[in-house]
Structures are given as C-alpha cells and as structure tokens.
Design a binder for this molecule. Structure first.
Ligand code: LER
Ligand code: MN
Length: 278
C-alpha cells in the first residue's frame, strides 16, 4: 500500500508553493501527493513533472470535482451541451493524468440533482458520460475511480452496495472498466460497516481515501476521531489491496505539516504492525 497526502488544487498552486508542499511530503516519507484540477490543459505539465522528480513524489491521482465545483459542469445536466462540456473537460484532465501516469478520481462531477430532475434519467446520462470517459482513459492505460459520496455532499449514489451495482452496470457496456474509490469518511456515514463495505468492493476497489470523523467537511487527521484504521488496514491487507491510500485531510496552514506528519506516522505504523503480525 502506498501513502499519499492532499495538496491544494494544482491549477491554483504556484510552482514555488508546489515545490514547498512536495518538499514537506517527501521529507516525511510519502510516496505520493493527491490534488484536484479543473482545466487539465492549463497546467504546466513539464514544470510539474520536474518538481515531482526532484522530490521523488508521484501523483496518486487527479481529482475531478473542480470541474463541477468551479466550472459548474455536470454529467446529470438535462442540457446536452453541459454534459458534452463536462466530458470534454474531463478528457483534458485524462490527457494530463495520462501524461503523469496516474488515475482519475471522480464523484462530484456527476453533480447534485436539481429540484424536479428525474434520478433514473440522470443516471442514464451518467452511464453515457462515464462509459465514454472510461474508454478514453483506456487509451492511456489509466483508470477512473468512482466514489460513493455521503448524503451531506451528494443527493444520490451514497452506499457502497448501490455503487457496486451501478458501476458493474456501467462496465457491462465497455471494455475498460470503471473502478471504485472507497473513502472511509463516506463509508462511516452510509455503509452498515466499513470492513464489510471494503470486502464487498474487492472486485472493483481501485483507490482508498482515509480521513477521520472529526471536524467538518475538511475531514480530521487519522487518529483524531472514532475511525478504526487498524481494522481497515488489516482488511485491505487481507484483500491483497496494494494501491494508494490517500489522506483526504484538511489543508489548513500552518497545521499542514503537522497534519501530514501525524497522519503518516499513525498510518504507516499500523501498516508495519499489520505486516509483522503473525
Ligand atoms: C472527494 O474525494 C470526497 O471525498 C468528497 O469531497 C466528495 O464530495
Ligand atoms: Mn474522498
């Protein structure tokens, strides 16, 4: 399992600040940094690549939520123009991810359902948009990881069980499968049990987010709340999961370095203890 920590949105970070964040994470011992981008074609990919190589840090994935939160584009829009723009903007992000050889993390771009919109029709739109996008990602050999999101941040597609079913249906019509992004913060709010949700996701799990239950949507540092990370790590290990675990924790400076260090020390210790358990 590889550990990553969040950095601010790549297309809003100066190269100096990116250099600083990557230096902090590299010094702590992280394998990766996770970030969000709205317009993939606006990122100076060569300069970013140089800084990643300088600090020996990989991108664990590119989050796509800003395409909805910043550009206001969504898969569920009744307006075909908006859906087309959402997919085309995502494809530019996939081009960037393909350049870095990292995957795409996706959830919010499906968009909140507006009053009066029909969920069944909205899900049909999502199927078309995601199938087209996943096949496009296949060109680069990278994957889209689709995230179940809790009821306070999205108004449908909440539980692991319903998202396994929905993702299997999406995959039934394409060659390059969509995978699942399992985020313990959402699982805590929506699933019967987190270990059970992980085990059920085993055929589709492709990426994991860790954060603790405290604080608001900025999410708490692992160890600061009620989450049992020892159990989650052991279940992931038992499932043979060896992908990314990205800490999706608040980015407030000046706590940033403290949060990154505390998270790394806590989670990497549990991973080591799990490895050594007979
Ligand atoms: C993104 O990974 C996430 O967990 C939530 O912020 C989605 O709304
Ligand atoms: Mn998440």
């Amino acid at each position: 399992m590889k550990l990553a920590y969040s950095i601010p949105n790549l297309d809003e970070l100066s190269l100096e600040d990116l250099d600083r964040y990557l230096g902090i994470l590299s010094a702590i011992g992280y394998d990766g940094a996770e970030t969000s981008v709205c317009y993939g074609d606006k990122v100076d990919r060569e300069a970013v690549k140089k800084l990643l190589e300088k600090h020996n840090i990989k991108l664990s994935g590119l989050r796509s939520g800003a395409i909805y939160d910043k550009a206001g584009l969504r898969f569920t829009s009744p307006d075909p123009e908006i859906r087309r723009k959402a997919v085309d903007t995502l494809k530019k992000l996939i081009d960037l991810a393909g350049f870095f050889g990292c995957d795409i993390l996706l959830g919010r771009i499906q968009g909140l359902l507006e009053p009066g919109e029909d969920l069944a029709q909205a899900k049909k739109y999502i199927v078309d948009c995601l199938r087209e996008s996943s096949e496009y990602a296949g060109k680069y050999g990278i994957y889209i990881h689709y995230e179940p999101i809790n009821r306070f941040e999205m108004n449908y597609n909440h539980t692991t069980k319903e998202m396994i079913e929905f993702t299997k249906y999406i995959n039934s019509g394409i060659n390059h499968e969509v995978r699942l992004l399992m985020d313990v913060f959402h699982m805590m709010l929506e699933d019967f049990s987190i270990p059970g949700a992980f085990v059920r996701s085993r055929e589709l799990i492709g990426h994991v987010h860790f954060a603790d239950s405290t604080r608001d949507q900025t999410r708490g540092v692992p160890g600061s709340g009620v989450m049992n990370f020892k159990e989650y790590i052991d279940v992931l290990d038992a499932m043979g999961y060896n992908g990314w675990i990205a800490m999706e924790v608040g980015l407030q400076d000046p706590d940033y370095e403290w949060g990154a260090k505390t998270s790394f020390n806590y989670i990497s210790t549990l991973i080591e203890l799990c490895k050594r358990a007979k």
